[in-house]
Design a protein around this ligand. Structure first.
Ligand code: SF4
Length: 293
């Protein structure tokens, strides 16, 4: 069976599980990246009933936001239900990357990606969802069992990694089907075994419209300044300088809140935090990750 048919069969199996266990259609999560666009095409070809969901991170590039809006507009014309979670709280306020940083008292880091759990993995509680997670994003050995439980720590005896795994992690331990106990979701990853080249070949052969950021030299589309992107962030901030300013302002407010709460703070201003954060290493005399906690 070819890759496309295998992925479609997985989607159909997941759809049956979703309708049987949750009584609701499978949800295709959509980030505006190439994997999401491929997954969406596979969903359409599978013939199953489905919904599409996006979590607005507030740190996505404008091109990504426009691509999502455009895609959802076309899907809605076809009668497919699309939702965007803007993280509106009961008091009417919204969670954004910019108010989350002062609230968490530290910048998001590769190890502490609080923003993913609050901005990217929200919604779809008690639903079965599909993500575009792929093993090829990981360089480590792949584990090919079919099920995994996510959201627990090794200390509690269930997890397989020392850090908490997020639904959006492209970890080599990801499985075709997973259960997120924290958020009461079941997750299917239909393109988990697709390589980067498979994704691009499918996009080319099926003429799938993708985010224009790929034509601007990006091979990854996500939040501007995502700590997982490491050194690639320098290009992001060169292309999107407003986002750099927004991070610096958020770090300024973070320092104020830390001082107000009597927390240790060696940073003089948000700009200092920004350059520390970008280098992603500890310069002697500066604060370490543990100091933030
Ligand atoms: S993709 Fe990166 S920056 Fe965006 S929410 Fe997740 S960890 Fe944070």
């Amino acid at each position: 069976m070819d890759l496309e048919q295998k992925a479609i069969e997985r989607i159909r199996t997941a759809s049956e599980m979703s309708l049987h266990h949750y009584g609701k259609p499978l949800v295709c999560t959509y980030s505006g990246g190439k994997d999401s666009d491929v997954m969406l095409e596979l969903f359409k070809r599978s013939g199953i009933p489905f919904e599409v969901h996006n979590s607005h991170t507030t740190a996505d590039a404008p091109q990504t936001v426009y691509h999502i809006r455009d895609t959802f507009y076309k899907l809605e014309l076809q009668g497919i239900k699309c939702t965007i979670d803007y993280h509106i709280q009961p008091d009417g306020s919204r969670i954004t990357m910019w108010n989350l940083i002062p609230r968490k008292l530290m910048p998001p880091t590769r190890l502490v990606r609080y923003c993913c759990s609050e901005l990217k993995e929200t919604g779809c509680h008690n639903r079965m969802i599909a993500t575009g997670i792929r093993w090829d994003e990981s360089t480590k050995r792949k584990s090919r069992d079919s099920f995994e439980v996510i959201g627990k720590t090794k200390k509690k005896g269930i997890r397989i990694s020392d850090e908490k795994m997020l639904l959006t992690d492209n970890n080599d331990t990801r499985k075709l089907f997973e259960q997120c106990q924290l958020k009461a979701k079941t997750v299917v990853n239909p393109v988990i075994d697709w390589k980067n080249s498979d994704i691009w070949e499918y996009i080319e052969s099926e003429r799938i419209c993708t985010n224009c950021l790929y034509k601007m030299g990006y091979d990854r589309v996500g939040c501007i300044g995502c700590p997982v992107a490491s050194k690639a962030r320098w290009k992001e901030f060169a292309d999107f300088p407003k986002y750099k300013q927004m991070y610096i302002h958020a770090f300024d407010r973070m320092i104020e809140v830390r001082k107000a709460r009597g927390k240790e703070t060696t940073w003089k201003n948000g700009e200092e935090v920004f350059f520390y954060w970008m280098e992603d290493e500890n310069i002697p005399g500066q604060m370490t990750l543990e100091d933030f906690l």
